[in-house]
Design a protein around this ligand. Structure first.
Ligand SMILES: O=C[C@H](O)COP(=O)(O)O
Length: 338
């Protein structure tokens, strides 16, 4: 896999504000036969990847109006998430209200923006119906974490059945978790078969493959698992459940998005990317967006190809936007839910 550095670009605003985003939809990833020779040939130069990841935040600086535009784009790409054992219908309905109107109308008005929503709402299967109901009249999809999230170790037939139930309940996106053991044992055929069967169970719902990268041991494993999941038809590859001890990181992101680039170069198919877990600061969101732009180009700054999996990021972005238009920071408790 190519690990050469892409050239830096001047940090500039995303071409269009969120309310002017065209409704883009790539054809779904049809997958391909498992190419074991390709998988086994993939390497990851860990020290080069870590060096590159370490320099990116320092080289990036977007200010003022550009920063506000980038932050609005980040909001449009958030899978606004609640995945807690004590989730209630009330919490999910409040989250959905936030997804419909992520920033106060007064702030949006000053930014000259309308129609901004999050990319999706992400919940456990049990909360899908509530979320679908709360989002009626919008085009915001509900994403369900199915397949025995977060460990993914329930009996396989139950994981497949859970996907079917989430789709029947109205989920338009399914975040599945892979069996880490298959990666750790280099059992690529088993990973491919599992992923392909899960994708089939999703039907028309788009499928995001959660790799749980913090449990895969090496960046080489991350790169190979990314490729196998794409070969088996994943529409998105996603870093983490948010429940591992290490979740989304920049080195993992570089590794995964370079796998996406290699897959596109070989097949012509664009697969989406979702970093998830522990992304809670606006400045981190900007770093991720800059990395997507550098490595994959502007097309991957759209919500059909890029999402943040995040439960608390929106609150910090909202504070930054409020600061941008008023010059003052509000207390973080004012943005408690998201
Ligand atoms: O998929 C999304 C993650 O579970 C959210 O993680 P977070 O609560 O650390 O933002």
């Amino acid at each position: 896999m190519d690990t050469t550095h892409s050239p830096d670009h001047t940090a500039e605003a995303p071409a269009k504000a969120a309310d002017q985003l065209p409704s883009l939809h790539e054809p779904r990833n049809p997958g391909m036969v498992l190419d074991l020779a390709w998988v086994r040939s993939v390497q990851a130069n860990t020290s080069a990847i870590e060096r590159r990841a370490a320099t990116l935040p320092g080289r990036r600086s977007v200010k003022k109006a550009y920063q506000a535009a980038w932050l609005c784009r980040a909001i449009a790409c958030i899978d606004l998430t609640t995945l807690a054992g004590d989730d209630t219908e009330g919490r999910v309905r409040r989250l959905c209200a936030k997804a419909r109107q992520p920033v106060s109308p007064a702030i949006l008005d000053k930014l000259g923006m309308t129609g901004l929503t999050t990319g999706a709402v992400c919940v456990y299967h049990d909360m899908v119906e509530t979320a679908v109901d709360a989002l009626k009249g919008t085009n915001i999809p509900v994403a369900a974490v199915s397949t025995g999230f977060p460990a993914g170790l329930s009996p396989f037939r139950l994981r497949i059945a859970e996907i079917g139930e989430s789709v029947a309940a109205g989920a338009r996106e399914i975040d599945i978790v892979i069996t880490r053991r298959h990666v750790l044992q280099g059992n690529w055929q088993a990973l491919y078969d599992e992923m392909a069967e899960m994708r089939e169970a999703c039907g028309d719902a788009h499928v995001k493959a959660i790799l749980a990268t913090g449990e895969l041991g090496t960046l080489r494993n991350v790169a190979r698992a990314s490729l196998v999941c794409m070969m088996a038809g994943a529409d998105f590859i996603k870093t983490s459940t948010g429940k591992e001890s290490v979740n989304a990181t920049l080195p993992v992101t570089l590794t995964m998005i370079r796998a996406i680039r290699a897959y596109e170069e070989r097949t012509g198919v664009k697969v989406g990317y979702k970093p998830a877990g522990g992304i809670s600061k606006a400045k981190d969101a900007l770093t991720y967006l800059a990395m997507m732009k550098d490595e994959l180009g502007d097309r991957w700054l759209q919500p059909d190809l890029f999402r943040f999996g995040a439960s608390s990021l929106l609150g910090d972005i909202e504070r930054q936007l409020e600061h941008h238009v008023t010059g003052a920071y509000s207390a973080s408790w004012r943005h408690a839910l998201a």
